[in-house]
Design a protein around this ligand. Structure first.
Ligand SMILES: [Fe+2]
Length: 218
């Protein structure tokens, strides 16, 4: 299976969206901002697009979901919790549940893992040894959250540490210096939020006040 990374941006924000594809069959993850960049790749590689997966409902992750859904007449997937909590709507929107199966995508085995924290219904998608993490986990840190939600994010990180194999490649929605696609073993050594073994320490550190901005992870 191939993972194609698209680096996209609008005026204020840079993010990464992904196309997984195998034997000409593809699924998009969090498409945003640059329709032509993504669509030209799909067309020039003759990819038959089957679905859009959304990690959460923030605009920089869902911006082109409806458009791809309409143009290719394909389903969009988001966690039931995120749909309920955010009110997100799109054509052909389907819900996924924690560790549930996505039966309508028969070409890949995709495991949704509910990882609340950044948002209540944030979801990572495990496909073979690739984990698409949205804004839950970055290579360098973890997503923005308030103090209450940081406890949830701590539990989500613990879940990933316990249930995802160390050779899994991590594909986050944003990068802050490191390139995407590092394995979980790299994060265990370099991402401080994977090293904090105590919820209070994790929450205190993530929500500490003396940072110039919330993306200063260390
Ligand atoms: Fe977000």
């Amino acid at each position: 299976m191939n993972v194609k990374v698209f680096k996209v941006e609008n005026l204020y924000i840079k993010n990464q969206c992904y196309l997984i594809h195998n034997d000409g069959i593809g699924v998009l993850i969090d498409p945003a901002w640059d329709y032509s960049l993504i669509n030209d790749y799909i067309i020039s590689n003759g990819i038959n697009l089957k679905a859009v997966l959304l990690t959460h409902s923030h605009l920089d992750h869902v911006n082109l979901a409806q458009k791809f859904s309409e143009v290719y007449d394909i389903p969009v997937f988001m966690s039931e919790k995120e749909i309920e909590d955010s009110g997100f709507r799109a054509q052909n929107l389907n819900s996924v549940s924690h560790l549930g199966t996505i039966e309508t995508i028969e070409y890949f085995t995709i495991l949704p893992i509910l990882t609340p924290g950044h948002t209540l219904g944030s979801t990572c998608y495990l496909v073979d040894n690739n984990l698409f993490t949205g804004d839950t986990v970055f290579i360098e840190g973890v997503g923005i959250c308030n103090r209450d939600d940081a406890y949830k994010l701590y539990e989500s990180v613990q879940f990933l540490k316990s249930n995802v194999s160390q050779d899994t490649l991590i594909w986050p929605g944003h990068s802050f210096g490191d390139s995407p696609g590092k394995d979980l073993q790299y994060l265990l050594k370099n991402n401080i939020y994977f090293q904090l073994e105590n919820a209070e320490h994790f929450v205190d550190f993530r929500t500490r006040k003396n940072r110039p901005n919330p993306f200063m992870f260390k």
